[in-house]
Design a protein. Structure first.
Length: 141
């Protein structure tokens, strides 16, 4: 019998996923982490990127998160995301448009832009597009 760990992925808007998993992959602040059942407890900030929940050898669920907090306990993994979207629900044209607008804003030399906000928007749009690309390459959901 395969060991599993309970996973909850929640955002400010709603619960995105709750269930058992064999493995969870997440974009932690210091790099991607892989979390298996009975992992040592820890906390980490999360960067924008893909969270992948592997529920079996043949099935996994990809999500995009815009950042947040990861809490790992031996039998429970909680991801508190600023924003979380199922990868299949990412609007590619909206992400491309957001990327173009952020790039344009960053080119503005008049000083009338919020550089940090534009950089954050660009990072999130790029990570949404990378998540879609990874899902397509894996032939995932």
């Amino acid at each position: 019998m395969t060991m599993t760990v309970h996973v909850d992925i929640v955002s400010a808007e709603n619960e995105i996923f709750s269930g058992l998993a064999e493995m969870i992959f997440a974009p932690a602040e210091l790099g991607e982490v892989g979390i298996s059942p009975r992992h040592a407890p820890f906390l980490s900030k999360l960067n924008p990127g893909e969270v992948r929940v592997k529920v079996s050898e043949t099935e996994s669920y990809p999500f995009f998160i815009s950042g947040g907090i990861l809490e790992v306990q031996p039998h429970l993994v909680t991801i508190l995301a600023d924003t979380a979207i199922r990868a299949k629900d990412i609007d590619e044209s909206a992400a491309l448009e957001a990327k173009a607008k952020a790039e344009e804003a960053l080119q503005d030399k008049t000083g009338k832009i919020d550089f940090e906000a534009a950089h954050t928007q660009l990072t999130q749009a790029i990570m949404q597009l990378r998540t879609l690309d990874r899902v397509r390459k894996r032939g995932g959901h």
